[in-house]
Design a protein around this ligand. Structure first.
Ligand code: GDP
Ligand code: MG
Length: 438
């Protein structure tokens, strides 16, 4: 999925203007990529239409190229589609918090109980693993082995007692022994059936869990989403754990679970080991799907700190080549907010190796000196750098507590920057020209 989406969006990068036709064309491919990844048609339709609406509308950042803007919109919408932000577990105000894990056979319930226990234990909790799968003796044993491995307590009563009674007894046990989390490992079936649902409903009624988490296998794609829909309708889910995401290249289930069921994915399983569980972060998943973390980081940074209008003004000045020390100062201050300039420009596709960048590395201390020097210039001098002759340099050095050599260095850097910025704008202009022709 990542590859196809990247392909679709790559075409937009580096373009000067994105027309409605461009967006439509790109989204046609995005739509195909999503459908190919087993995302449901309904979800895909909604997704594409909201991206289109936003991409062609005007809520776009002035500091980005149109291509970047579309990428950003797709990214934002992916994040929204998956629930916006990380959904946390509910914690009971009065312990223990009871978490019930449900799902079909082989989905990864027992493994996830162990993973979740390890995760919670790391956060200072005292989880009690509870074996409510009484249909297979091996299931009880499996949980016990995992508990021993993790050095965490497992509550079991063999296979002759009903799961409802075991669950109730486990909560009492937790109360007496100071376990603040009870994790119920329930039985699954090969398919959803009445017997399974009745059993789960009974447990639910009896212990009233604070969280019912559905465990689904990501590799089953669209089926995982259907299972989630059915469980949610019958049982009412608080969240989903998507397992085996390590083996699922398409990621379709991750994209549609929230959109179809309204239930957020709270955790993802990334392997068989007990530490292979991660809280689900829609932003990270969206980045992973788009596979271009660097560009997104740049976009986020730019959005957070650069005043778009100021950037545009600056560009116009650069074009007219009347970039002066006042602008230089302002720009340095912006840069400081963004991080080192070489790093920043390095994030732009194709800019990583620009040689000139090596010459303008600025560190924090130097930046302070630079600020002091510029502040010691008169306004006149800042606006007309060519005025800076020897006597003036001496005065500025004295005023800023620096040396004439440092003042000279700054002027040199300033000239280099001015030259580089000019190259940069020209290069961008050339790229846009090409894109229009091509
Ligand atoms: P249950 O029947 O729902 O309790 O499923 P199990 O917990 O017994 O897991 C079934 C199989 O899936 C086991 O072989 C697990 O090791 C495997 N499994 C569970 N979660 C993951 C995961 O996140 N990644 C991978 N690769 N395997 C998993
Ligand atoms: Mg099991």
């Amino acid at each position: 999925l990542a590859e196809k989406l990247q392909g679709a969006l790559r075409k937009l990068r580096g373009k000067g203007k994105v027309t409605e036709a461009d967006v439509t064309e790109a989204l046609r491919e995005v739509r195909m990529a999503l459908l190919g990844a087993d995302v449901s048609l309904k979800v895909v339709k909604q997704f594409v239409s909201s991206v289109k609406e936003r991409a062609i509308g005007q809520d776009v950042l002035e500091s980005l190229t149109p291509g970047q803007q579309v990428v950003k919109v797709v990214y934002d919408e992916l994040v929204q589609l998956m629930g916006g932000s990380n959904a946390k577990l509910t914690v009971a105000s009065k312990p223990p918090t009871v978490i019930m894990l449900v799902g079909l056979q082989g989905a990864g319930k027992t493994t996830t109980v162990a993973k979740l226990a390890a995760f919670l234990h790391k956060q200072g909790r005292r989880p009690l693993l509870t074996a409510c799968d009484v249909y297979r003796p091996a299931a009880v044993k499996q949980l016990q082995v995992l508990g021993t491995q993790l050095d965490l307590p497992v509550f079991s009563m063999g296979t002759d007692i009903s799961p409802v009674d075991i669950a109730r007894a486990a909560v009492e046990h937790a109360n007496r022994h100071g376990n603040d989390m009870v994790l119920l490992d329930t039985a699954g079936r090969l398919h959803i059936n009445e017997e399974l649902m009745t059993e789960l409903e009974d447990i639910k009624k009896t212990v009233q869990p604070h969280e019912i988490l559905l465990v689904v296998d990501a590799m089953t794609g669209q089926d995982a989403v259907n299972v989630a829909e059915a469980f949610h309708a019958q049982l009412g889910l608080d969240g989903v754990v998507l397992t085996k995401l390590d083996g699922d290249a398409r990621g379709g289930a991750a994209l549609s679970v929230k959109a179809v069921t309204g239930c957020p994915i709270k955790f993802v399983g990334m392997g068989e080991k007990t530490d292979a569980l991660e809280p689900f972060h829609p932003e990270r998943m969206a980045s992973r799907i788009l596979g271009m973390g660097d560009v997104l980081t740049l976009i986020e940074k730019a959005q957070a700190t650069i005043d778009a209008n100021m950037a545009r003004e600056m560009e116009q000045k650069l074009r007219k080549a009347d970039f002066n020390f006042e602008d230089f100062l302002m720009q340095m201050q912006q840069m400081r907010k963004l991080g080192p300039m070489d790093q920043l420009l390095g994030m732009l596709p194709g800019m990583g190796n620009m040689k000139a960048l090596k010459d303008v590395q600025v560190d924090e201390k130097e930046m302070k000196h630079v600020e002091a020097i510029i502040l010691s210039m008169t306004v006149e001098e800042r606006r007309n750098p060519q005025l800076l002759k020897d006597s003036r340099k001496k005065r500025i050095a004295r005023g800023s507590g620096t040396s004439v050599q440092q003042v000279n260095n700054l002027i040199k850097t300033f000239e280099q920057t001015r030259k580089m910025m000019k190259q940069f704008t020209e290069m961008r202009g050339a790229m846009m020209g090409k894109a229009k022709k091509g």
